[in-house]
Design a protein around this ligand. Structure first.
Ligand SMILES: [Zn+2]
Length: 139
């Protein structure tokens, strides 16, 4: 017996009353005021905050960027401890002299890569660094 199941497969699961789920796509730099990409939000100190993407914008890349409503955006979360720690680690790498292991309160000259004292013997101002764990002369 033939049940003609194929007729049922074609049914739209969202029903005929539902509006299409496509969102507008704008050309580059033609997005309306009040909408911003994630990156633009970030520049404003904002994040999408769980809101739906309201539109797309064409980008130079193969994928469209998503646009969010600035009015619904939320302020960027304060830095998490993990982020702070990662940042501190990055700073520490730039502030720590690999020769003497002292961490300075300023970034070492990148061209030298070591502190002035190790480089040319100019004693470092004791108030300008923390005693590094590797320093054998730590008082
Ligand atoms: Zn040093």
């Amino acid at each position: 017996m033939h049940t003609n199941d194929n007729d049922l497969v074609d049914v739209d699961p969202f029903g005929p009353e539902e509006p299409p789920t496509t969102i507008p796509v704008y050309k580059r730099n033609q997005a309306p005021e009040g909408l911003a990409t994630k990156r633009q939000l970030k520049e404003l100190g904002l994040r999408p905050g769980g809101q739906q993407v309201v539109a797309e914008v064409e980008t130079r890349g193969p994928k469209n960027g998503f646009l969010y409503e600035i009015a619904l955006a939320k302020p960027v979360r304060p830095m998490t401890l993990a982020k702070e720690y990662a940042l501190d680690k990055a700073m520490a790498a730039r502030q720590t002299c690999p020769e003497c292991g002292r961490r300075f309160f300023y970034c070492l000259r990148i061209s030298l890569g070591i502190c002035l004292e190790c480089h040319e013997g100019t004693p470092a101002d004791p108030t300008s660094y923390l005693n590094g764990p590797a320093s054998p002369t730590a008082a």
